[in-house]
Write a protein that binds this ligand. Structure first.
Ligand code: ZN
Length: 198
């Protein structure tokens, strides 16, 4: 049985699913990446469980992964301006607008990387890895390009301090880390923790 600790914070001893541990972690505590990966994986499994109709991991395709990413957008914290917004293409709008919040491309890209690895660590075959599907890559590229236009941020270039949400490369499950809006230092806002109802 998978644990359903979607709301829990950083207590480190979560044993994870039994019988599917393909490697023995060393004595050191898992790295931030490793624990993030495990949380993301559990989030995805939870999503499959709640899917209507229920979706088995083995039947999961790239299209389902894209569906999952779109589903996560509702929990996003990154303002993405619509084309008709006066701030379309502005990195730092002077005032708020009504445009939707989404998951930043960088967060989705990093998330997919972790899930792709997790899938194979849990016994999935690389050639049937839905997270590595071409459709997913194309979708991510489209998100990147549209967000680059909408937010005036050149994703091709390396991270810039001026655009805090873009530097985000992980999805933080701990709700306490969230900070709303464009404060100077919210480098970790997008969260999928609340993506999964308990
Ligand atoms: Zn806007």
């Amino acid at each position: 049985m998978e644990s359903t600790d979607s709301g829990s914070q950083q207590h480190g001893g979560d044993p994870g699913p039994s019988s599917v541990t393909p490697y023995s972690p060393p004595a050191t505590p898992p790295s931030r990446y490793e624990s993030q990966k495990r949380r993301d994986w559990n989030t995805f499994l939870q999503y499959l469980k709640n899917h209507k109709p229920p979706l088995a991991l083995s039947r999961c395709s790239g299209a389902h992964v894209i569906e999952f990413l779109k589903y996560l957008d509702q929990f996003g914290k990154t303002k993405v301006h619509v084309a008709t917004c006066p701030y379309f293409g502005h990195q730092q709008p002077p005032s708020p607008c009504a445009c939707p919040l989404k998951q930043a491309w960088g967060s989705l890209d990093a998330l997919i990387g972790r899930l792709r690895a997790a899938y194979e660590e849990h016994g999935g075959r690389p050639d049937s890895n839905p997270f590595a599907a071409r459709a997913v890559r194309i979708y991510l590229r489209e998100v990147r390009e549209s967000q680059a236009k909408a937010r005036g941020i050149p994703y091709e270039k390396k991270k810039r301090k001026r655009a805090p949400t873009v530097t985000t490369a992980r999805i933080d499950v701990a709700p306490s880390r969230q900070s709303e809006g464009g404060g100077g230092c919210n480098v970790s806002d997008p969260s999928v923790a609340e993506a999964v109802p308990p």
